[in-house]
Design a protein around this ligand. Sequence first.
Ligand SMILES: [Zn+2]
Length: 115
Amino acid sequence: MAREIYAYKCRLCGTMHYPFRMVCKGCKQNDFFEFDTVPLPKSGKLLTFTRVYNLPAQYEVATLGLGIVELENGMRMLGQLEIDEPTIGMAVKGSVEVVRKETYDDYYGMVFTAA
Ligand SMILES: [Zn+2]
């Protein structure tokens, strides 16, 4: 089953948030928990990227590509890139995978590949 990462949609004004915020940045008057969860779209375009070296041991790769992706619905998110030669503006598609392992927990994040 495909995993999802959820955005939080304000029940008052519909503004989408990711990650979670206690106060809506759209209407600024949403009290706690007045949000619906909505799966983030998986497709988007790459806005910018970088490559990280000398990662801590929890990451099971030698280098890590990181990118900011503008998703189909206009939200922007940071994700891991599995693209050899990324270019700005390229179409990408994401899947939710383990991006970091700790002793007792796996952390899931979005991993983007070329669309
Ligand atoms: Zn709102």
